[in-house]
Structures are given as structure tokens and as C-alpha cells.
Design a protein around this ligand. Structure first.
Ligand code: UDP
Length: 320
């Protein structure tokens, strides 16, 4: 057993809660720090919950002093692109200033390692695919800008860090102990599965993209593969101190129509979709080149799109 405490900010959220389970299975004690604004108390199952805000230095200081974590995993952030356009100041305060607050308190307490939830949104509308870490950075929304700001504060800080820029997180814990629970829900796979359970019609945003079937292509990656990469990143910082940034995807792209077909197969349900106009800011293709993270962390994605849809379906059926 490792028996070391990790502070998990945003541990009551989607990726954060899966990371907590993966940490516990690897012998760590995950202490969730979450303000429960969009996180859920019910998803904190693998360690204590400390309710607190990432922008509250006194509370953070108290929690770190009591639990004495050896490292932090940082998921606490605002993550809705549309909302970031209408509330850019809130996104800056939480995503950028909140990260600075966390780093300052960590340093004051001698915590010198952090794994950070990053995003491919920092690449904006890339001109080439697949996307490597050398693809130009050009976010097109306040969300992408503030996640880039978060990365920069982390890389400039006097700590070791691994930022994982993930592509499309999807799926759920195979035991259905945690899963995707967003309010509002904007993501494709849960919306497809809601269409399957509730008989609603999926709104398909655009079928006139320059792709084989005209719908957008994304690199969907199972949330448990993402969680495993976070755990591997902790050990990596011991042998490779300093600041690291990696893409995290599978390298395989699937179109919106392929996702719908996979969901029809997995659920056995008829899923209706109606084509609407393009959603603003959606690039045609986003697929990761993740060779750097694979060779650095010795991590590899193990679960297919079918696994993602099947596990998300189990979670939806349990909670729908
Ligand atoms: N999408 C869709 N209908 C939905 C939600 C998403 O057609 O209800 C499309 C969206 O336009 C994009 C893809 O599905 O091409 C993935 O979108 P999602 O919001 O899941 O992730 P994003 O790539 O925006 O981070």
C-alpha cells in the first residue's frame, strides 16, 4: 500500500471522482476539496470530502494543514464554453486566480507536486491533425483562454507539474459507482443516451463538415483511462521533476454519426437525431497525437468507444 494523501480539487465532479477511485485503488487516500457548485456530494466515495472554494485561501490552508497531502490533483474549474462567453470574469477568477491561490497555499505548506486537468480547447481551431503538443496554441473561447492561463500559472510556479490536455472525456466507472452528472448536460454521449432512455430527439449540430459523413470528428477517451493517466503522472514527477504538458487522447477519431450508431448497437434502442445548424466554435476534426504521454508515463488507453458508450449506458440506466 502507498498510503499517501492526495488533495483532489474538484473531486466531486466527473473526471475528479473517477480519479479518486483510481487513487484509492492504487493505495492513495484522496481528499476531495470541492465547493459542490457543480460537483455532487454523492460522488465522493473514496475518501473524505472537505467543502470549500478554490478561491478561498484560508479554507485551503486549513485543509492542507490538517490532511498533509504529498501532492495535488487539480480539477476544480468552470468548464462550459458557452457560459464562459457570457461570464468571462467568473471564468478568469475561478480557473486562473483560483489556480494561483492553490499554488501559493501549496508552496507555503511544502506541497510541491501537482497534476492538472487541462484541455485540447487551448488549441482552438487547429489547422492540422492529429494535434501534438507543438500544434500552435490559439484558444477561441474564454474557457480555452482561462485553461491556458491556468497552465501558465502552474508551469511558472516553483512546483513539479504535469498538465494533461484531454480531448473528449467520456464513459463512466464500469461498476457504475460514479459517472457523468452534469447540469446542464451539453456533451454528446450523455445526450445520445438520454435520447435513448427518454425518447427525446438528439440535436445533431451540423452535417456539412469536410469529414467522410459530414459530422464532426472527436477523439473520445474513457474517463477511467484519463484517471489512470493522472495516477501515473504522480509517480512520473518523482523521477522527472519540472513542468510537463501532455496531450491525452486515444489517437482515434469518431464522427457524431458513428457515436450514434455505436449507441444504437449498445442500447438496442432507436435513437432519433435531427440535424441542426453548426454549433459555433466547433472544429471539424480534433484528434490527439498522444505519443509523448505514452512514452513518458508508460500509459496507454485501454478502452474503446464501445466501452465508453456501454459504461455510460450502465450509469445512465442506474441513475436515469
Ligand atoms: N454534439 C451534437 N449534439 C449534442 C452535443 C454535441 O451534435 O447534443 C456534437 C458537437 O457539435 C461536437 C461533438 O458532438 O461535434 C462533441 O461535442 P461535445 O459537446 O460532447 O464535446 P466538445 O467536442 O464540444 O468538447
Amino acid at each position: 500500500m502507498v498510503d499517501k494523501t492526495i488533495l483532489v480539487t474538484g473531486g466531486a465532479g466527473y473526471v475528479g471522482s473517477h480519479a479518486c477511485k483510481a487513487l484509492a485503488q492504487a493505495g492513495y487516500v484522496p481528499v476531495t476539496y470541492d465547493n459542490l457548485f457543480r460537483g455532487h456530494r454523492e460522488l465522493v466515495k473514496w475518501g473524505p470530502l472537505e467543502v470549500g472554494d478554490i478561491c478561498d485561501p484560508a479554507r485551503l490552508k486549513d485543509v492542507i494543514a490538517r490532511h498533509k497531502p504529498v501532492a495535488t490533483m487539480h480539477f476544480a474549474a468552470m468548464a462550459l464554453v458557452g457560459e464562459s462567453v457570457s461570464q468571462p470574469d467568473v471564468y478568469h477568477r475561478v480557473n486562473v486566480e483560483g489556480t494561483s491561490t492553490l499554488l501559493a497555499i501549496m508552496r507555503g505548506a511544502g506541497v510541491d507536486k501537482i497534476v492538472v486537468s487541462g484541455t485540447c480547447a487551448v488549441y482552438g481551431m487547429p489547422k492540422t491533425t492529429p494535434i501534438t503538443e507543438d500544434t500552435p496554441i490559439a484558444p477561441i473561447s474564454p474557457y480555452g483562454e482561462t485553461k491556458l492561463g491556468m497552465e501558465r500559472r502552474v508551469s511558472a510556479a516553483d512546483v513539479s507539474s504535469v498538465v494533461l490536455r484531454y480531448f473528449n472525456a467520456a464513459g463512466a466507472d464500469p461498476d457504475a459507482e460514479t459517472g457523468e452528472w452534469h447540469e446542464p448536460e451539453t456533451h454528446l454521449i450523455p445526450n445520445v443516451l438520454n435520447a435513448a432512455t427518454k425518447g427525446e430527439t438528439l440535436r445533431l449540430f451540423g452535417d456539412d463538415y469536410p469529414t467522410p459523413d459530414g459530422t464532426c470528428i472527436r477523439d473520445y477517451i474513457h474517463v477511467c483511462d484519463i484517471a489512470a493517466a493522472h495516477v501515473a503522472a504522480l509517480a512520473y514527477m518523482d523521477k522527472a521533476p519540472g513542468a510537463h504538458v501532455f496531450n491525452l487522447g486515444t489517437g482515434t477519431g469518431n464522427s457524431v454519426r458513428e457515436v450514434i450508431e455505436t449507441a444504437r448497437r449498445v442500447t438496442g434502442k432507436d435513437i432519433r437525431a435531427v440535424v441542426e445548424k453548426r454549433r459555433e466554435g466547433d472544429p471539424a476534426v480534433l484528434v490527439a497525437n498522444s505519443s509523448r504521454v505514452q512514452s513518458a508515463l508508460g500509459w496507454t488507453p485501454r478502452r474503446s468507444l464501445e466501452d465508453q458508450v456501454r459504461d455510460a449506458w450502465r450509469w445512465t440506466q442506474k441513475n436515469g
